[in-house]
Design a protein around this ligand. Structure first.
Ligand code: KIV
Ligand code: ZN
Length: 506
């Protein structure tokens, strides 16, 4: 059976989504998980775009051995050289050059002629070829490019050494029939096309990214560029889990396979959501909280009698935990460890001990501990930012009489205990002002959301915040049964990320 190459761009196009900044360690953690998922190619970043991206791509290149590591670059020699510098340590490096090809972009943005673009494309592909044999070229905005010119540029870059030609629907404008037709046109009109793999890269502005990608695959494309949970620029990219599960579930139609270990999908989706702060909508296909829950009586009846009646995918195939039995106060370390492993976690001894202690503390406050509680608890323990400040204690008073007041104790740099207090318009305002009196890093709060992890008034509340400093957004998350404590944890988490990125400590 023919294989579709899965090219994941969560760390590049996914991270380009507004507010999606990840630090270097988090990028490495996601890359390791993508490798376990069986992704063929990981687009690790855009090295010329920032020193942080360069560092992340270099680190990922050193650590990841099984997947190809790809670096994106503009079509100029300096950027190509920088991309190579970042990935030269990879076991399997790829350079991905992109350059606009549509007249809309050429006239209004680049102000260059088609001939100039053709030359830039070929020159930079040839330059990159001097570094590695694995070269991808993307004529940006391909779906709005005049087809004859698109065919010419593809033929020229393949002659110059491109081994993959990627067809981006950059602005998510195409529809399946038309996009599939474009792929067919490329097969018919690009003379040397058998020397390259045709890839597709679809954006979701009309909600058609997955449909367009699948139609392209049906017409012969053999690489799909996608992201976990479909995150990405604007409305996002084609979602990896939807593409992979469509190909697998409809084998009758596609007769194709991928190298993805589908049992790792759910766990990867959770990790990406936790680290980017992009929540997964409950009705999201494959990985949404409701993707496998049957509410209507008729459906429940059918699923009990025979799952295939209303379930086209066995949830275990994508790693959704089969056991929904709750744990509680009396559950021991063994049961906890067993459940962690069913959820796809394998924690080192020290991490396991910390997670088990947190589990016991939670079980003292909350009667039934569900899978979602455990995931939230492990995510809380594993927040990977190095902590300049650590929350020790908070005390908040509020109500409809009197002035909300917060007192905070933090452990700061060098292990020093620092305390302060503040008044505010409400408990969070007072709390954040008290923290600001200690951590004197200017920022503004741009987003604040609280959500309960499970139903019930004793549920864990997860707080997600975004703060902005010097035009850069930092995400923070915190989880606790007390949402004021979650809010404090989320703010400290965001501040620690800001400090780690800028080196700014008060
Ligand atoms: O959407 C796009 O065109 C891109 C290219 C860089 C491939 O992301
Ligand atoms: Zn894109």
């Amino acid at each position: 059976m023919d294989k579709v190459i899965i090219f994941d761009t969560t760390l590049r196009d996914g991270e380009q989504a507004a507010g999606g900044t990840l630090n270097v360690q988090e990028k490495l953690e996601i890359a390791s998980r993508l490798e376990k998922l069986g992704v063929d190619i990981i687009e690790a970043g855009f090295p010329a775009s920032s020193p942080g991206d360069f560092e992340a791509v270099s680190l990922i290149s050193k650590e990841i051995k099984n997947s190809v590591i790809c670096a994106l670059t503009h079509a100029n020699f300096k950027a190509v050289d920088r991309a190579w510098e970042a990935i030269k340590g990879a076991a399997h490096p790829r350079i991905h050059i992109f350059l606009s090809a549509s007249d809309i972009h050429l006239i209004h943005q680049l102000k260059k002629s088609r001939d100039e673009i053709m030359k830039m494309a070929c020159d930079t592909v040839a330059r990159a070829k001097g570094y590695t044999g694995d070269i991808e070229f993307s004529p940006m905005d391909a779906s709005r490019t005049e087809p004859q010119y698109l065919y010419q540029i593809l033929e020229a870059v393949i002659d110059a050494g491109a081994t993959t030609v990627n067809i981006p629907d950059t602005v998510g404008y195409s529809v399946p029939e038309e996009f599939g037709g474009l792929i067919e046109g490329i097969f018919k009109n690009v003379k040397n096309i058998e020397k390259a793999v045709i890839s597709v890269h679809c954006h979701n502005d009309l909600g058609l990214a997955v449909a367009n990608s699948l139609e392209a695959v049906r017409r012969g494309a053999r690489q799909v560029e996608c992201t976990i949970n479909g995150i990405g620029e604007r409305a996002g990219n084609a979602s990896l889990e939807e593409i992979v599960m469509a190909i697998r579930t409809r084998k009758d139609l596609y007769d194709l396979t991928t190298g993805i270990d589908t049992r790792q999908i759910y766990r990867t989706s959770r990790l990406v959501s936790d680290l980017t702060g992009f929540l997964v909508q409950p009705n999201k296909a494959i990985v949404g909280a409701n993707a496998f829950s049957h509410e209507s009586g008729i459906h429940q009846d059918g699923v009990i009698k025979m799952p295939i009646t209303y379930e086209i995918i066995d949830p275990r195939t994508v790693g959704v935990p089969s056991s929904s039995l709750v744990l509680g106060k009396l559950s021991g370390r063994h049961a906890f460890k067993q459940r962690l492993s069913e959820l796809g976690y394998s924690l080192e001894d020290e991490d396991l001990n910390r997670a088990f202690t947190a589990f016991k503390e939670l079980a003292d406050k909350k009667k039934d501990i569900t899978n979602r509680d455990i995931e939230s608890l492990v995510a809380e323990e594993q927040r990977t930012v190095s902590e300049e400040y650590h929350l020790k204690r908070i005390q908040v008073t509020c109500g409809d009489k009197g002035v909300p007041t917060a007192a905070v104790r933090l452990i700061g740099p060098d292990g020093k205990t620092i305390e302060d207090a503040a008044l505010g318009t409400g408990p969070i305002d007072a709390l954040y002002k008290a923290i600001n009196r200690i951590v004197k890093v200017p920022n503004s709060l741009t987003e604040f959301t609280v959500k309960s992890v499970t139903e019930g008034i004793d549920a864990i509340g997860e707080v997600l915040i975004r703060i902005e400093s010097d035009g850069v957004t930092y995400t923070g998350r915190g989880a606790d049964t007390d949402i004021i404590v979650s809010s404090a944890k989320a703010y400290i988490n965001a501040l620690n990320r800001l400090i780690a990125a800028t080196g700014e400590v008060s």
